[in-house]
Design a protein around this ligand. Structure first.
Ligand code: HEM
Length: 118
């Protein structure tokens, strides 16, 4: 059986998800606050690589650990859920089906422990 990466259409679709997600973040008056000092080009490339690697694509993630990256941000459960909602919107815009979205979320939502209240 093919990987989720292949099922959704590979790197092209992931890049579309990431671009949509960044736009959603920019429109969100609360979540944008977390990114005001960030290098968005780096975020775009590392997040794209991260999603590729975790969905079974050919990439090797070269960014920092989820724990290190999000340390000191004091991300609450509500911030996390709100960010996941933006990711869902980004995946919908990129044309992913609901089963594909659920598979993607199942990969990332368990990482919440590495991000919230740190
Ligand atoms: C499943 C959820 C999430 C995943 C998979 C994820 C993944 C990532 C990745 C791969 C990076 C780039 C790391 C690097 O540059 O080495 C990153 C950076 C970042 N993330 Fe997340 N993230 C998630 C949730 C969140 C949430 C909920 C927030 C805040 C509300 C957040 C805020 C940030 C910020 C501000 C950066 C940029 C850090 C910097 O400027 O150095 N992330 N994230």
């Amino acid at each position: 059986s093919s990987s989720l990466y292949e099922q959704i259409g590979g790197q092209q679709t992931i890049d579309r998800i990431v671009d949509n997600f960044i736009r959603q973040i920019e429109y969100d008056p609360h979540i944008i606050e977390f990114f005001l000092e960030s290098d968005i080009d780096r975020f775009r490339s590392k997040l794209s690589e991260h999603i590729c690697a975790f969905s079974g694509g050919p990439c090797v993630y070269s960014g920092d650990s989820m724990q290190d990256v999000h340390a000191g941000m004091h991300i609450t459960e509500s911030d996390f859920n709100r960010t996941v909602d933006l990711l869902i919107d980004a995946m919908t815009e990129a044309g992913l089906s609901h089963p594909q979205q659920n598979k993607m979320l199942a990969l990332f939502v368990p990482m919440r422990r590495q991000m919230i209240y740190r």
